[in-house]
Design a binder for this molecule. Structure first.
Ligand SMILES: Cc1ncc(COP(=O)(O)O)c(C=O)c1O
Length: 373
């Protein structure tokens, strides 16, 4: 997903490969039976502020659930899936028939674009917007009509509605928007979705709604076969590595999307479903994450103001600030301090997108930024 992060991971793997040879990663044969003792995977001391993860997660209840259930990993999760679906359905006051689970909301986006590609060839989406899935959609034969944001750097719903035409297969709206962190109000988005769904399929990506505390369009998606809402456990629930997310949609749409999986909900593991089930109950963790994220954002805002960086007020666990005037390579300078952030070209300039880590991590980021500037 993210070049800097990937290359760091690759470097770590290379370093560990070297380490494995010199320190004998695997235990010597015991009683003549070769057994795995330890598998060394990268654990980092780096401050990772480049993938919008939850630095506090998984939640305590999710960790306990994984520990309690890992021994079931030799079994298919057939007993877990209905429990998880029911849990999610109760959470959104819909029925399990309205839910399809995937390996992160990325899988749900993939299934939906595959479905969209059977209808038509153009996707209407915001610019800048979340793009990690765009290459996959292009491989399905889709291309994009990119609609600029409003002057407040919010999704321009009227312009997106106007961009829908006979060739449109899907409209993708991410609310709050990644990478800007801005959101459109729930009523406007609801009205937009109702109108747009008369003409095409509407995909609403709600990866960050819990941070902004904006209502979901789950009810609308459950009732309208042309609306899909995607949710993830990767963000406020802190389970990015467990790879679990889901779609909420009309049962007919869910059935259609499920045909693109090997079997319905095929990509979910015992561990990820146990963790997700427990996560939904851990409201203390969710609330603490939201509060700490707000504290982290305030720290950043204070620092950006102090250093005269233009920034976009955010309602999520990431923020963008304008580094166009900055002469040095901020990303490299940060990397040298073991802090990883992203840079992006938007609005005719260069911006840094920084994810909110823990409060101490953000203090370190702000201190590093001051030192570099
Ligand atoms: C807006 C948005 N949607 C979807 C995803 C994918 O998340 P996952 O596949 O981990 O659920 C991300 C990840 O960063 C995101 O920012």
């Amino acid at each position: 997903m993210l070049y800097d992060r990937r290359s760091w991971l690759q470097q770590s793997m290379v370093a560990l490969a070297g380490l494995a040879v010199s320190t004998e990663t695997f235990a010597a044969p015991r009683n003549g039976v070769e057994r795995f003792s330890k598998i060394h995977l990268p654990a980092t001391t780096a401050i990772l502020l480049n993938s919008n993860e939850n630095a506090y997660g998984p939640s305590p209840m999710a960790k306990k659930a994984m520990l309690d259930h890992y021994k079931e990993s030799n079994r298919y999760p057939d007993e877990y899936i209905p429990v998880l679906k029911q849990k999610i359905a109760d959470h959104w006051k819909v029925s399990p028939q309205h839910i399809l689970i995937g390996a992160g909301s990325s899988e749900i986006i993939g299934l939906s674009t595959l479905f969209a590609a059977t209808k038509n060839k153009k996707i209407v989406t915001a610019e800048p917007g979340y793009k990690s899935w765009n290459g996959q959609a292009a491989a399905f034969g889709l291309d994009f009509i990119r609609v600029g944001l409003t002057p407040e750097r919010k999704t321009d719903l009227p312009a997106m509605l106007a961009a829908i035409n006979a060739e449109t297969s899907m409209v993708y709206v991410c609310n709050p928007n990644n990478p800007t962190g801005t959101f459109v109000d729930a009523d406007s988005l609801r009205n937009f979705t109702i109108e747009a769904a008369k003409k095409t399929m509407v995909f609403v990506d709600e990866a960050y709604t819990e941070y902004a505390e904006i209502p979901s369009l789950a009810d609308l998606a459950a009732a309208n076969p042309n609306v899909i809402v995607a949710k993830t456990f990767s963000k406020i629930y802190g389970l990015a590595g467990a790879r679990i997310g889901y779609a909420i949609a009309h049962p007919d749409t869910i059935k259609k999307l499920a045909t693109y999986q090997a079997w319905a909900n095929a990509s979910v593991s015992v561990l990820s479903s146990a963790a997700a089930i427990a996560s939904l109950d851990d409201t203390t963790f969710v609330n603490e994450t939201r509060t700490n994220t707000q504290v982290a954002r305030n720290l950043c805002v204070d620092t950006f103001k102090q250093l005269s960086f233009d920034y976009i007020p955010s309602h999520t666990n990431f923020m963008m600030f304008d580094i166009s005037k900055f002469k040095k390579n901020l990303i490299k300078e940060m990397e040298a301090k073991n802090i990883f952030v992203q840079s992006r070209k938007h609005f005719d300039g260069e911006w840094c997108r920084v994810s909110m880590g823990t409060v101490p991590e953000m203090q370190a980021f702000c201190q590093a930024l001051k030192a570099i500037v």
